[in-house]
Design a protein around this ligand. Sequence first.
Ligand SMILES: Cc1cc2nc3c(=O)[nH]c(=O)nc-3n(C[C@H](O)[C@H](O)[C@H](O)COP(=O)(O)OP(=O)(O)OC[C@H]3O[C@@H](n4cnc5c(N)ncnc54)[C@H](O)[C@@H]3O)c2cc1C
Length: 539
Amino acid sequence: METKRVAIIGAGVSGLAACKHLLERGCRPVVFEAGTVVGGVWARVPDSTALQTPRPMYQYSDFPWPDTVTEVFPDHRQVMSYLDAYARHFGVLDCVRFGRRVLGMEYHGVAEDDVAAWEEWGGNGQAFGCAGAGEWRLKVADAEGRIETHKADFVVLCIGRFSGVPNTPTFPPGEGPEAFDGQVIHSMDYAKMGTKKAREMIKGKRVTVVGYLKSAVDIIAAECAEVNGTDHPCTMVVRTKHWIIPDYFAWGVHISLLFLNRFAELLIHKPGEGFLLWLLATLLAPLRWLFSKFAESYYAIPMRKHGMVPDHSLFQALATCLIAIQPKGFYERLEEGSIVLKRSKTFSFCREGVVVEGEVSSSSLVESDVVIYATGFRGDLKIKDMFASEYFRSVAVGSACTTVPLYRECIHPKIPQLAVLGYSESIANLYTSEIRAKWLAHFMDGGFRMPSVAAMQKDVLEWEKCMKRYAGGRYFRRSCIGLLHIWYNDQLCRDMGCDPRRKKGFLEELSESMALLIMLTFTPTARKTTRPSEAALVI
Ligand SMILES: Cc1cc2nc3c(=O)[nH]c(=O)nc-3n(C[C@H](O)[C@H](O)[C@H](O)COP(=O)(O)OP(=O)(O)OC[C@H]3O[C@@H](n4cnc5c(N)ncnc54)[C@H](O)[C@@H]3O)c2cc1C
C-alpha cells in the first residue's frame, strides 16, 4: 500500500477515520478538505447544537474523550476539539490539505464500456483494479480558485450528507420566495453566518422556520425563541410530525434495551436471513409492536397536548434514523408562546409571509420577515455531482425508487477503485464510520476481496428490501442501518476474518446493549475503568 496514491475527500468524522486506518497500514493518503478546519459538519452547525448521541457512543474506539468533558451530550465546540485532538494524535492532520475543494473526478485508463461489463468489482475484485490500469483524476481548486489535477489509485469519498447541497422546496410560479418581500435562507447559510451575525439577523424579526427535525428545533427553539422571546414568537411550519424526544429513557427504561441489542434484532427481518431467523422475526413481530407502543406511551405525553404525536411509530423513526433530541426548554417555550407550531402539508409564499394550508382546512397567513428552510440536504446529489462522466453519474446514486446502491454501505458495485464513507446513517455515526474505515483499510490492504458484481448487487437489493419494509414509502433512501447495526457490524467483522461475538455467554451477547454501557460508563468509578474499545464495540 505504501506506493499507492490514495485520495480522501473530506476531513470530517469519516475522512479522519479513513485516513487514520490507512496510515496504520503504511499508506499515506492525501485528504482534500474544502474548509479550513477538521470536523466537517460540526464546524458549521447552529451555535446551540449539541450531540444527540450519548458521548460514549460518539467516541473512536482507540481515543477516549478527555476527562474534562463530562456532559452526556457535549456541545459542537467540544465535538470539534475532540476531532481535532484525534487528527493530531494519529498524524492525520499532516495529511490534510485545507482549502482544497474537489470539483469533480474522472476515471482514466479503462474504457467505460469495459468498466460497465466487468463481472468482478474493479475487474479483479481488488482495491486497485486490473494491473493498475485505471486511475482517478481529481480536479482540485484552492482558495484562490486555481485548479490542479491530482491522480489517485483509489478515492475515498467522505463528503458528508448534511451539508453542501440543500434540499429546498419547489413551488408553482408566483408562489415561491420570489413573491415574498422578506428574506429566505437555508439552515446551512444560517449556520455559516456564525452565532453573532445570525442572532443579529433574527433579532426583533418575525421568523418562520420550515421543518421539524434537528436543525429546525435547534434554530427555532434554542436560538430564535431565546433571542426574540414572546415579543416576536417564532413559527415552525411542520409538515411531518417527528419523534423529538427529551432523552433515551422511556418510563425509566433505556430505549436501547428495547431496540438496540441482539435480542431486539431478532424481532426484525434481516437481509440474507435464513429460515430460522425469518420465523423468529415473524413470530416475535408483536413484541416489536409492544416495545414501540411502550416507549411511545411515554414520549407522547407532552406531544399530545400540542397535537404533535407523530403518525408513524417510534420503531419506524429509529429504522429511518429520524429521531431528534429536544433542545432544553422546548416545551416550556411552546407553553410560554415564544414558539408557535403550524401544522401544514403544503405552504407557499406571498408578499407578507408564508401561507400555510391548515390541517383542518382553511389556509392562513404567517406574517414573516425571515423564512429559514430547515429542510435538510441532498447528500445523494452531492455524490452524483462528484463524477464528470455521464455513465458514473447515471449509476452513482440509483433512482428515486432505490436506495443509493452501496455494498456494505461503502462500495458501489459498478464504480471501481472508490469507496463512500458516511452516506448511510446510524444512531451513532462516528462509530459506524470508524468500523467502515477499518473494514475499508483491511480490504485495501489485500485482507479480502469483493464478491462478484452480481453478488454485490444482490446484497444491495436485500438491504434495500429491508429498508423499504421498515422505513415506509418516503424514507428508505436515508439508508439507515440504525436497527440492524449489530447484524451489519457482524458482516463487516466476518469480511475481516474477526469473530463478531464479543461477549462470553450466549445470554450476555443477546442482551448486551448500549444502555448497559451507558450506565456503566457514567458511574464515576466505571468512567475511569471502562476501556474505550468496549464503548465502541458494544452496539
Ligand atoms: C445538526 C446536526 C447534528 C448531528 N448530530 C449527530 C449526533 O448526535 N449523532 C450522530 O451520530 N450524528 C449526528 N449528525 C450526523 C453527522 O453528520 C455525523 O455524525 C458525522 O459528523 C458525519 O461526518 P462525515 O465525515 O461523514 O461528514 P461531514 O461531517 O459532513 O464532513 C464532510 C467533509 O467533507 C468536506 N467536503 C465536502 N465536499 C467536498 C469537496 N468536494 N472537496 C473537499 N472537501 C469536501 C466538507 O467540507 C466536510 O468537512 C448530526 C448532523 C447534523 C447536521
